[in-house]
Design a protein around this ligand. Structure first.
Ligand SMILES: NC(=O)c1ccc[n+]([C@@H]2O[C@H](COP(=O)([O-])OP(=O)(O)OC[C@H]3O[C@@H](n4cnc5c(N)ncnc54)[C@H](OP(=O)(O)O)[C@@H]3O)[C@@H](O)[C@H]2O)c1
Length: 291
């Protein structure tokens, strides 16, 4: 199978490339070679690769910055998907799109199922939801995988931010009233390749790590593991903060846990324990020259 991958330099993209099955040829142009907001470039690459599947791991992911540059966020997260969907349809290729827990407002007490009403609280979530809708409108045979709180040893993510701050400070405040599910990029890549091998896979699915936790609980686990692995000399003193005590440009959902039972029901895919994945990522970071 030939696959065209966008966003190959991102957290999920890098793991997709690292895990590409041997029977798949995955072509991953850089964002300068293939800017998904440019229809001419999208068409040219689809023509060149002639893929059976396009995986869009490219996105504008700077949640707070998106509030001050909404045009850029929408261009990538909405128009980019419009372009890819049109080109995929022309070529008869399937399209896998990654989306986010931030399409929800977070007011639900339970975990969100795929059919729950979407009500994004910020520009990033709204632009990602618009991408989902555009894809569903343009193509019948597409797949949307919503995930959350992505971390890996590459790029910008909460794990790396906490490690940096933990090395700099002896005390730290972390939001304790927002709940969600950390998910490793490596686990997402594994699932995407599994779904790629299933020709009938289409629709919207949720996939995230388990168990649900707050950012404060996530940080506590990061520091404890990092200390055990020798990445941190000492565990910083952590203070639980309320959302009101830690204002950010973008509002975030209070509960964005995703119910992943549909993926299990249809494909037997279970939620991974993010604490196990965290240990692996921290071990990878320890092995890297600079983290
Ligand atoms: N990060 C999270 O916590 C999170 C949570 C839920 C869902 N998601 C979703 O999961 C997916 C993957 O996220 P991620 O964390 O792997 O993202 P990421 O690390 O921020 O990587 C995004 C990638 O998109 C590329 N890109 C940006 N604009 C582009 C454009 N115009 N044309 C082509 N490529 C472009 C970037 O290229 P450069 O490397 O050249 O800049 C980068 O490689 C996204 O759909 C995201 O919305 C992420």
């Amino acid at each position: 199978m030939r696959v065209l991958l966008t966003g190959g330099n991102g957290q999920v993209g890098r793991e997709l490339l690292a895990q590409t099955p041997t029977d798949i040829t995955c072509v991953a142009p850089s964002s300068t070679e293939l800017d998904i907001t440019r229809m001419d470039q999208v068409r040219a690459w689809v023509k060149r690769v002639s893929p059976q599947l396009i995986i869009n791991a490219a996105a504008y992911t700077a949640v707070d910055l998106a509030q001050s540059e909404p045009e850029r966020a929408w261009a990538i997260n909405h128009q980019g998907v419009v372009n890819l969907a049109a080109a995929a349809k022309e070529a008869g290729a399937r399209l896998f799109q990654l989306s986010t827990d931030y399409v929800f407002d977070g007011n639900a007490k339970a975990a969100y199922v795929e059919t729950a009403p979407c009500q994004p609280l910020n520009v990033y979530g709204a632009s990602k939801l618009a991408g989902e809708t555009a894809l569903q409108t343009a193509m019948e045979h597409s797949l949307i995988l919503r995930t959350s709180w992505v971390f890996s040893c590459h790029g910008n993510n909460f794990v790396k931010t906490m490690l940096r701050l933990g090395q700099q400070r002896s005390e730290l405040g972390v939001v304790a009233d927002q709940y969600g599910s950390p998910t490793s990029a490596a686990d997402i890549a594994t699932v995407l390749w599994q779904l790629a091998s299933q020709p009938q896979a289409k629709g919207v699915f949720h996939y995230s790590g388990a168990p649900r936790c707050s950012w404060y609980q996530f940080a506590t686990q990061i520091f404890s593991e990092a200390h055990t692995l020798g990445l941190l000399q000492r565990v910083p003193q952590l203070a639980p903060l309320t959302t009101a005590e830690y204002p950010t440009a973008a509002s975030r959902p209070a509960n964005s846990a995703l119910d992943c039972s549909l993926l299990h029901q249809d494909f037997g895919i279970t939620q991974p324990d993010w604490r196990h994945a965290l240990r692996l990522v921290l071990a990878q970071l320890r092995a890297m020259p600079r983290h």
